[in-house]
Write a protein that binds this ligand. Sequence first.
Ligand code: DX5
Ligand code: ZN
Length: 224
Amino acid sequence: MKGNSLLVSPSMLASDFSDPVSALDRISHSGADYVHLDVMDGMFVPNITFGPKYIQDIRKRTDLIFDTHLMIMEPERYIKQFSAAGSDIITVHKEATRHLHRCLSMIKEEGKEAGVAINPATAVEEILPVLDMVDYVLVMSVNPGFGGQKFIRYSAKKISQLDMLRRREGYQYLINVDGGINESTVATVAKAGVDMVVTGSAFFSSMDSEVFVQNLLETAGRVL
Ligand code: DX5
Ligand code: ZN
């Protein structure tokens, strides 16, 4: 259920891929507890990033919680690999699989936390049948594939709807939002009932990432 404070998950997508250790240090010094790992296959999204080997290698360098966001077609083919690589949370897209329930069950069977993500054009109604089995719902507030895009305001409505649904039905999931989150947009999603925010370009372009995270927490705290 909803905690009092905002969870912050900086995305490695916006980091310098030639120096992941510095990026991880920056994240842990910022006070964030999570690392968001954007896996892209060039099919589900028009971009390609990294696979399980990268996650396995950086796993040795940090104790931060690994929040793996799979933007790949038929993610059920790779759940075991991303689990073995050291992911703590594995999130799959509703739009990427014909067998969402099976896919989420596989993640739970691996002993990992399971998340379901929805694209900006996917309605909350499309994931109603799995809301009782997920630990996270990830609301995409940009079209997945790239960092640095503009926040889509309708996503706040989906967050409110998910918050209302969990209160009414007693669901346990946390609500996460991904895309265009910065000091100007965090208040909107906090007000709507979000628990966790992903932040890529705003985090890594900030002068001081500790101050940046504090600003997010304070801004969210004022409206929570
Ligand atoms: C987009 C990714 C995001 C991305 C967010 O497809 O899922 O996690 O890193 O980047 P910003 O915060 O720059 O919108
Ligand atoms: Zn992401």
